[in-house]
Ligand binder design. Structure first.
Ligand code: UTP
Ligand code: MN
Length: 510
């Protein structure tokens, strides 16, 4: 088979023979897109190797275009070259306009011809071994150019789908475990590291990749190293399998149960929900409801369920206050297809009209049988964090909130029931809903505050405090030195006050 590949000629100036018109013909390995580097290989040898690979069912990019115009596309997974160093190939790719030069392991694999010849012999792509790979020494400036990652999540774009799921999953398990142990600082450090990795448009493949990233602490680095080297972290796997972690996760998934209660139950030797019942664990109203609807509340809420709830609440709100609006926020506004709850903001363009609205809406929803549980709060200064104390009480006391559990029935949800094939009569589901009523002037702040993600919000507030001497919450923005409130008619204006580029909701998945 190897003899099919002709010996390389010293110099190749002429373009090679014409190639098959349709490079996608007979592609047998759709996940593999080759790119052959013409430099040192020469045009005709490249053409020959391209034709050979295509006969064997490989997809080869670009070779039927003039090499001068050739741009390696984002689809390319394997870059094969002959007689070039890794740096030369990276240089060639950059010159040809490729965005992901394979520095430090990101982008396509940079391979020696040996991988290609072995794959041709095998009739399929062979596993990439170290001996096939071209090594690239990463220059400081390359790293800097690629990784200008801002320190605060509110300065970064973080899409929902990202390229480092395995690493962020491991770090988030550690963050959760730290919370379960009462180590909030440690938890925050793991969350921050995960959040930085979520913002990267490339995959972390080596420890060197971390050198230019902010917010990756020593412990996070160790976890990342383990995952990169062994495919998993022993420490994380131990956590995931530990009885304590699993029990704490189980208990904290009960609506109304926090880390403290879950920890106490664990200490008392309780492990399962049946244990709670058998031992008559003392439960408050929220927890009783949480236990009763455990299964529903832990199955993801879909977009159409969320929309159905918006419709119901809109209808309720309209009855008492014409012109009031209901807006879906939280994860759904960030583009998530499912969520753990439905976060709704209610307001009216005439400031003051919204006063007293929530209790009327709740009573009506309750009378119509929509509520399985509800608990209404009126925010007071005592309930706020320290950093928020500088904001006057007057701006706070009209901010009403209701934690509730809705009963979504076939009446509100017919379409999905049909899709699910379940009988209408049995088609009921308990869904967690947060209702928040906000005065119109505070609406942009509430919208920004309730859209999340939690990491995004935390960094936004940290940024304000540390970098701008301002205090931001879901009601206002306050300048602590100038001692003034900064008003805003939109989220965009809040970002402007802070000197930040606007980050759209779907890029706030930090
Ligand atoms: P959620 O906990 O509902 O998270 O809070 P989420 O991002 O929507 O994700 P899922 O899909 O439901 O799990 C939404 C945002 O509301 C704010 C937080 O900033 C959070 O990011 N929030 C939540 C508050 O301001 N106060 C709260 O008491 C709860
Ligand atoms: Mn939510």
């Amino acid at each position: 088979m190897m003899s099919e590949i002709p010996v390389k000629k010293k110099r190749q100036c002429q373009p090679g023979p014409p190639l098959p018109a349709n490079p996608e013909d007979h592609v047998c390995f759709p996940g593999v897109v080759l790119c052959l580097v013409e430099k040192r290989m020469g045009a005709s040898r490249r053409a020959f190797l391209t034709a050979l690979a295509r006969r064997k069912g490989f997809c080869v990019e670009g070779a039927n275009r003039s090499s001068l115009l050739y741009l390696p596309s984002e689809r390319v997974t394997h870059v094969v070259s002959e007689g070039n160093s890794g740096e030369e190939v990276v240089e060639w790719m950059k010159r040809n306009g490729s965005r992901s030069v394979g520095a430090a392991g990101s982008g396509p694999a940079l391979l020696d011809l040996s991988w290609f010849t072995e794959s041709m012999s095998a009739g399929q792509p062979v596993e990439i071994k170290a001996r096939h790979c071209l090594t690239v020494t990463v220059h400081e400036e390359t790293l800097q150019g690629r990784c200008q990652v801002a320190a605060y999540a509110c300065q970064r774009h973080t899409p929902l789908a990202h390229k480092n799921q395995q690493l962020t999953g491991a770090l988030e398990a550690m963050a959760e475990e730290s919370l379960f142990c009462g180590s909030e600082g440690r938890s925050l450090a793991f969350s921050r590291a995960a959040s930085v990795l979520k913002s990267l448009p490339w995959t972390v493949r080596s420890l060197k990749d971390l050198s230019s990233l902010p917010g990756i602490g020593e412990h996070s680095r160790r976890i990342i190293q383990e995952v990169l080297e062994d495919g998993a972290s022993a420490e994380v796997e131990n956590v995931r399998q530990s009885e304590r972690y699993q029990t704490m996760k189980h208990f904290t998934k009960i609506f109304g149960v926090g880390v403290k209660t879950a920890g106490r139950w664990y200490q008392e030797g309780l492990r399962t929900i049946s244990d709670l019942q058998a031992h008559h664990a003392k439960l408050n109203n929220a927890q009783q409801a949480g236990l009763l609807h455990y299964r529903d509340l832990n199955s993801p809420v879909t977009c159409s369920e969320a929309e159905a709830i918006v419709q119901v609440v809109q209808k309720a709100v309209e009855q008492f206050l014409h012109g009031a609006s209901v807006m879906l926020t939280g994860g759904f506004r960030r583009g998530k297809q499912t969520g753990h709850d439905v976060d709704l903001l209610i307001t009216h363009p005439t400031e003051g009209q919204e006063v007293g609205l929530l209790s009327k809406v709740i009573s009506w929803l309750d009378s119509q049988g929509f509520l399985l549980y509800h608990s209404t709060y009126r925010n007071t200064l005592q309930a706020l964090e320290d950093e928020e104390l500088s904001v006057s009480a007057a701006t706070m006391d009209r901010f009403d909130r209701c934690f509730s559990i809705f009963r979504l029935s076939s009446m509100t949800w017919e379409h999905d029931c049909e899709l699910n094939g379940s009988g209408g009569a049995h088609c009921r589901k308990a869904v967690r809903v947060d209702l928040v009523v906000t005065p119109y002037s505070q609406f942009p702040f509430a919208l920004l505050g309730w859209t999340g993600s939690k990491n995004f919000e935390r960094d936004l507030r940290r940024f304000c405090k540390r970098e701008k001497k301002m205090v931001l919450n879901s009601h206002t923005l306050y300048h602590t030195e100038k001692k003034i409130f900064l008003s805003a008619a939109s989220e965009e204006e809040i970002f402007q006050h802070l000197g930040l580029d606007f980050i759209p909701p779907e890029q706030r998945n930090a």
